[in-house]
Design a binder for this molecule. Sequence first.
Ligand code: NAP
Length: 328
Amino acid sequence: MREIRFDRFGGPEVLTLHTDAPSPQPGPDEVLVRVAYVGLNPLDYKLRDGSSGKAKELELPAGTGREMAGTVMLAGSGLDDAELGSRGLSPGTRVFGMRAPGDLRGVAAEVIAIGADELAPIPDEVPDEDLPRWAGLALAGLTAIASVHDTAQIQPGQTVLVHGGSGGVGQLLIPMVLEAGAERVWATGRAANAERIRELGATPIAYDAEDWEAQIRQETGGRGVDVVLDTHYHSTFEPSLDHLAEGGLAVALPTLADLTPAHEKGVEARVPQIKTGRDRLDRLVQGIRAGNYPLEVSQVLPLSEIAEAHRLLEDGHTRGKLVLDTSA
Ligand SMILES: NC(=O)c1ccc[n+]([C@@H]2O[C@H](COP(=O)([O-])OP(=O)(O)OC[C@H]3O[C@@H](n4cnc5c(N)ncnc54)[C@H](OP(=O)(O)O)[C@@H]3O)[C@@H](O)[C@H]2O)c1
């Protein structure tokens, strides 16, 4: 089968398409999935270049990719037909999901073995043309749940600033924050993405065309916001600390974010920890079915062009999600 692997840490060129990879065997609580599309995430290139904190746990050569959509083929020895059926994961079912945080095997392959609890069925009414969106849903969606609910615990009436509102996670943070009852949400992004941010329900702040700090100061009457959800972090985290209301919270998404500047100022700051599992995936399905999470896929590239996809991702200006088609 076809599979992407890399045998050393480095640039996108270390990603190699193998056409003769052996099909994996499912463990007792795993299912075998024929992968249709793979969603890409910044974690993919941080694992590939070795800069992720998790990279030291990787055994090379390694696979790549964390989330996908595909079709259940068969189950491991611990899952009989009745068990699979009760989970809605019978062979032939279309599913989406992501690897558990401790499972560093890739998903950019024609066939993968993956824990049954890391998958959820895609509703029957979803047309196949929509599968790329489902491939890019699990990691961004579960990150948004971890950020909005577990970490920030957004309450009705709060005001929120999202940095990077049109990115993969940003496009789910905005609707989830609004769903939780936030009174007002601002989101930064380039001017080119302002309309998309507005469609998602936030007030756009074009950081490349105006002074976002002056704008947030003016629009909050100098009070600042209750919560900052910062997907960008690099140039936004420290200045954001000056735009938090008394007792406010700064949430930085990059796992290795240094929170010291916040702590030195006496500001509460946290990094969300993603949790996987069926209950959380089902929550995303409900949100999609209700029409609340209109996640956008900006580009679908062939699996064979994964290096180019990583280059695009590393630019840091992905709109919505980048997805790979394993059949091409
Ligand atoms: N803690 C966790 O468990 C967890 C889980 C998932 C992701 N993450 C991390 O979260 C971060 C975001 O992930 P993602 O998938 O959303 O990335 P992404 O899709 O690449 O989005 C990046 C976003 O940043 C915006 N951006 C770039 N420069 C900016 C600036 N100066 N000010 C404001 N926004 C700016 C871009 O918008 P423009 O194009 O408009 O500039 C883009 O929307 C990554 O670091 C990722 O590793 C953490």
